[in-house]
Unconditional design. Structure first.
Length: 351
């Protein structure tokens, strides 16, 4: 197995990780060209290798998949989120993402993967593109050193947490407004930043009150885990993707979760958390778990079960293995099932 890595993003470049060969290729590291140039380098490199099947991620790379298609390589692409609606891209960028989303099924008619049933439905409705639906997985972990959160000026159990990139579509502004409208005496801790200058973040800081604390970008995986495991509740504002890895982390860490109400978050939580529509609704949900601590505790208790029963890695690895075997044998993984049900819980690709 080979995994391609963006050379510029790694100070240390071990050749193998747990038996997987790592290949480091160059890229032009700018906001617009990093992914595009690195994927192009990968596509050229893979032509000289004997591979049975290959997996590409992000719909922005759909156009690049013309190369393996022309040369007869078995290729699949996980299209990820609704990139053409993200606020960080200009008109040309959004148009390019949407064009890739529309063309992906034509370039790889047997190789489109969506990571949620709501995303599968979106691709069917908007682009008439069928897909295999394979989610991401999560890990179940618990706190080992609660004192870590005190390094950030926080007390275990006495803060709410946002952990995300601070971009408009992740709704940090809505969350801050909802928290300001609540009567909670706890702190709202915001772990995250943007990797470019952002007027949005400047405005967010100006509009926050004294209960809001900006922690900035946190590199340490262990620190992020402790911030999750020791918060009173995790607030998730993402709305532009399918199965969001940050939401899976929160489930695996046993958080009481308040998530923005959209089909993607509702599908992932499936009743294992609370959904909010807007700032006023968030304020009411915050008040609900403040007034009913036993309710918050019940969500903390049930959250890991969602990972254990549906988003576990053994299940997901098995689905990808099945997909690769099907591609290599000339079968079409996107046609395993021809329809989708509103309450469907089984994968489109199943063993």
């Amino acid at each position: 197995m080979i995994v391609y890595c963006r050379k510029a993003l790694f100070k240390e470049r071990p050749p193998f990780y747990k038996g997987v060969r790592l290949v480091y290729l160059p890229s032009i590291e700018t906001k617009n060209l990093g992914t595009f140039t690195h994927t192009l380098a990968c596509m050229i490199d893979v032509l000289r290798r004997d591979v049975d099947a290959m997996l590409v991620t992000n719909v922005a790379n759909a156009f690049h998949c013309v190369i393996p298609r022309v040369f007869g390589k078995n290729c699949a692409i996980n299209v990820d989120g609704i990139e053409w609606m993200r606020g960080k891209w200009g008109k040309m960028g959004k148009a390019y993402f949407r064009w890739n989303a529309r063309m992906a099924g034509k370039i790889l008619p047997r190789g489109i993967i969506t990571d949620a049933y709501a995303m599968r439905k979106l691709y069917l409705d908007e682009f008439n593109t069928p897909s295999a639906c394979i989610t991401y997985g999560g890990n179940i972990e618990s706190s080992v050193d609660p004192n870590i959160v005190r390094r950030y000026g926080l007390e275990p159990g006495n803060y709410y947490l946002i952990a995300s990139r601070l971009v408009p579509e992740n709704n940090a502004a809505m969350i801050v407004e909802g928290f300001k409208r609540s009567s909670s005496r706890r702190t709202l801790a915001i772990a995250g930043d943007a990797n470019y200058r952002s007027n949005f973040i400047d405005d967010l800081r100006k509009n926050a009150d004294e209960r809001v604390r900006f922690l900035g970008h946190i590199d340490s995986i262990e620190h992020i885990k402790e911030l999750h495991c020791n918060c009173h509740a995790y607030i998730h504002g993402h709305m532009m993707g399918g199965t969001n890895p940050a939401l899976l982390k929160a489930l695996g860490f046993g958080n009481c979760i308040l998530a923005h109400e959209n089909p993607f978050n509702a599908e992932v939580l499936d009743g294992h958390g609370l959904l909010f529509r807007d700032a006023m609704d968030l304020a009411s949900k915050i008040q609900l778990i403040e007034d009913q601590p036993e309710l918050a505790q019940s969500y903390r208790h049930s959250a890991p079960e969602r990972i254990r029963t549906f988003y576990n890695w053994d299940r997901i690895v098995g689905q990808y293995e099945e997909l690769f075997y099907m591609l290599a044998s000339g079968e079409d993984p996107t046609q395993v099932h021809s329809s989708i049900c509103d309450n469907e819980v089984e994968p489109v690709v199943s063993r």
